[in-house]
Design a binder for this molecule. Structure first.
Ligand code: C2E
Ligand code: CA
Ligand code: CA
Length: 725
């Protein structure tokens, strides 16, 4: 569940980041496409216009050529002209009158030249002036090439018209043979004169072209412009003699410039918008990440101490194991259980208990190596994990260190508290840890440590598993016995100290397994308590003993009750019901409790005791003198009787102070007007001593061992009142 919630947080983070990213990418892509389209539109519009103006310029040149070509064709292929230039005397006059004089002010040509068959100049005029004697200077070498072209052209060929560089500038020049309008094969074309017309591209001529063909800014230059559009003007040999240059109109660029401000503003807005989306995405992911971090920390740590909790520890153990590949590295798991913590909690309340837990956590953190993992598993249980390279068993040393650290007193406010710890250790190769198994082993080792009397460190051994299995098997057997109502009860007489007459019996549980083995209650009572069978067992003993004691009038019946039974809210009712069903006088029944329950849960114990006493049942405090019961406790609960623990009787033989302690204990009870039973009396000396000290009832092997109901009936109630042994 924990990991699934992390997965969902991670999924959210991922989707927030990817949504923002996809949005940014798509928007950026769209913006890029729009920008590219605008650029393409701009360039295309510019290119279309460039093509248009270039086509116009080419058209203009073509039209100029065509015009001059047509003018030359009209004048050269003319019978009259042919005859005139063939007449030697008059030809110059005729030429001047018809062609040369017109050059002064004629839009179609400004230069007219006629050359004879030997290419000798007959007439040459430019702008109405005779330039015959300096024609070569004027037209340059290009003239000869033109003449060659004109002579080689047949009548049907286009008139050669080209550009030429003259001393006046750039001119369009064309030439043709002067010949009859109808081809006459009798005349040798080699004898033909040549008519040359030229027209200079003056500024006004260029301006006219510019206007006619709407090519703004058209200029005639020697070289092509690098920044403008240009078109070369070629001579008869295809050499570039000049260039027409004109600026590109760039309508696309101009349109773009008019909206550029708007586009820039849009781009800025878009960039800001994308930044905002990016920022929102970033902060969302950052926030989700922080949330995940907090949630993970919370889920893996104990709120009170800030240490790892169980799931946090397991997670970290797994991580540590995965990141370890070295076979000599050992992972050790220490389970720590505080000894006496419950007492602290009961005596001073949960607030002090919490402070103590925090104190323990701090003490562990101070004591243990920095790299070790420390966890609180709940209640007063802690765990420590170490990973080290040594294979030697360093674990007891660290376990002992933990114990020594926790044995030092805790100063909580103005209280000084002393506790201890039991430690269970399990270890395995760090690179192949099975966390569940390691925990199970440490748990078993800890259980051992507690069972062996607490305050020690126990390292897991393989035999423990066998023991656990045996325990599990016994538990099953006990369960079966209880289900079959198979718990037996033995009865041990209680006698009057003065007369030795029987005054009561104590019921003691007995268990024989189906395979005939007998176990003592010191073993199977704790087993029943651990496995939740104690309520059933207690009621079975009670029911059986009530039935048996019905046959023994006049004496009391004492029944042992486990502290755990007192915790059951239905306990009192169950007892009263059993008494009623048996038809037993409740005043003859005595319930024996030990002091453990009085300390661990005084309120519940008080409620149960009061309930029983109200019904007339007596309560006796068992094993008095073996624990910590104070006079206050005795008064508070109002016991009807106390049973001195057998250890005090045994002390009479071994301990010099034994007598004094026993005497003082009995005197204490007497002072509170509580009658005292001495149990475990085995000798006449012991019987005499306790009698003298003030005990009014005695119990022990001296009088009788626990016997069956039948034996008891036989000896006390049927035959005689002789002692049984
Ligand atoms: P306990 O209540 O102190 O019972 C007295 C124990 O002392 C009995 O052991 C009894 O056999 C033994 N005893 C009596 N006289 C002598 C003597 O002169 N010398 C020696 N060495 N021992 C003597 P038992 O029957 O083994 O019971 C052990 C404990 O198990 C009992 O101690 C009691 O705490 C518990 N127990 C027994 N039956 C029940 C039961 O039905 N319910 C519960 N909750 N506890 C029981
Ligand atoms: Ca008892
Ligand atoms: Ca006892």
């Amino acid at each position: 569940m924990l990991s699934s919630s992390f997965t969902s947080v991670r999924r959210k983070q991922f989707s927030a980041a990817s949504i923002a990213l996809v949005f940014i990418l798509v928007t950026a892509l769209l913006a890029g496409l729009v920008a590219r389209s605008i650029q393409t539109i701009t360039h295309t519009a510019d290119a279309i216009d460039d093509a248009r103006s270039t086509a116009a310029a080419v058209g203009a040149l073509h039209s100029l050529r065509k015009q001059l070509g047509a003018t030359i064709r009209d004048n050269a292929f003319w019978d009259d002209a042919f005859q005139q230039v063939s007449a030697p005397e008059t030809k110059a006059e005729w030429i001047i009158e018809n062609w040369a004089s017109t050059t002064a002010n004629y839009p179609l040509y400004d230069t007219a030249v006629v050359l004879d068959a030997k290419d000798e100049v007959v007439v040459a005029y430019h702008n109405g002036e005779d330039v015959g004697n300096k024609l070569l200077d004027f037209l340059g070498n290009g003239l000869n090439e033109m003449l060659v072209a004109a002579r080689s052209a047949s009548k049907t060929d286009p008139i050669p018209v080209h550009f030429i560089r003259t001393s006046k500038g750039i001119a369009l020049i064309g030439a043709a043979k002067i010949q009859p309008s109808v081809i006459d094969n009798t005349v040798d074309p080699k004898t033909f004169h040549i008519l040359v017309f030229a027209k200079h591209l003056t500024d006004s001529a260029v301006a006219e072209v510019s206007e006619t063909f709407s090519i703004a800014g058209l200029t005639l230059d020697r070289a092509p412009s690098k920044t403008k559009l240009s078109l070369p003007l070629t001579d008869v040999s295809r050499r570039n003699v000049a260039y027409l240059n004109w600026p590109a109109e760039q309508p696309g660029t101009k349109s773009y410039l008019t909206v550029r401000g708007t586009l820039r503003a849009a781009a800025v807005i878009l960039v800001l918008f994308l930044c905002a989306i990016g920022a929102v995405g970033f902060f969302t992911v950052a926030r989700l990440r922080a949330n995940e971090g907090r949630a993970r920390f919370k889920a893996e740590h104990d709120a009170l101490t800030g240490l790892l909790n169980r799931s946090g520890l397991i997670e970290q153990m797994r991580e540590a194991s995965t990141s370890c590949s070295d076979e000599t590295t050992i992972m050790r798991l220490y389970f720590i259980d505080l000894d006496g913590f419950k007492g602290v909690n009961d005596a001073w309340g949960h607030a002090v208990g919490d402070d103590l837990i925090v104190g323990v956590a701090n003490r562990l953190s101070e004591t243990l190596p920095n790299e070790s993992l420390i966890a609180r598993l709940g209640g007063d249980e802690f765990a420590v994990v170490t990973v080290d390279a040594t294979t030697t068993t360093g674990s007891p040393t660290l376990g002992a260190q933990i114990q020594i650290a926790l044995q030092r007193v805790f100063e909580l406010g103005d209280r000084t508290i002393e506790i201890g710890a039991s430690v269970g250790v399990a270890s395995t190769e760090a690179s192949e840890v099975e966390v569940g198994e390691l925990i199970r082993r440490a748990d078993i080792a800890l259980y051992r440590a507690k069972a062996l009397g607490r305050g020690i460190t126990v390292e897991f051994e393989d035999e423990f598993d066998a023991d656990t299995k045996a325990q599990d098997h016994l538990e099953l057997l006990l369960r079966q016995t209880l289900a079959g109502d198979g718990i037996d009860v033995a009865y041990q007489p209680l006698v009057k100290a003065g007369s030795g007459a029987i005054c009561g019996v104590e019921a003691l549980a007995r268990w024989q397994t189906p395979d005939g083995k007998r176990y003592g209650p010191d073993m199977f009572i704790p087993l029943a308590e651990r496995s939740g069978l104690i309520d059933v067992l207690g009621m079975q003993v009670l029911t059986k003993s009530l039935a048996a004691a019905g046959a023994w009038p006049g004496i009391s019946l004492s029944v042992n009750v486990s502290p755990l039974q007192l915790k059951n809210p239905a306990f009192v009712q169950n007892v009263l019901t059993a008494v009623k069903i048996a038809g037993f006088d409740p005043h003859r029944l005595c319930v024996e409790v030990t002091e453990g329950v009085l300390i661990s849960d005084p309120e519940q114990a008080q409620r149960a005791i009061t309930g029983l006493r109200q019904a007339g049942i007596k309560i006796s405090l068992d094993d008095f003198g073996s624990g910590y019961a104070s006079i206050g406790t005795l008064r508070q609960f109002g016991f009807d009787r106390m049973k001195i623990d057998r250890s005090l009787i045994l002390a009479l033989d071994s301990d010099d102070n034994g007598g004094a302690v026993l005497h003082a204990t009995i005197a204490l009870a007497n002072a509170l007007h509580i009658p005292v039973t001495a149990e475990g009396i085995e000798t006449e000396e012991q019987a005499t001593l306790v009698r003298l000290s003030g005990c009014d009832e005695l119990q022990g092997y001296l009088f009788s061992k626990p016997v069956t109901a039948a034996e008891l009936s036989a000896f006390y109630f049927e035959k005689s009142s002789t002692r049984i042994a």
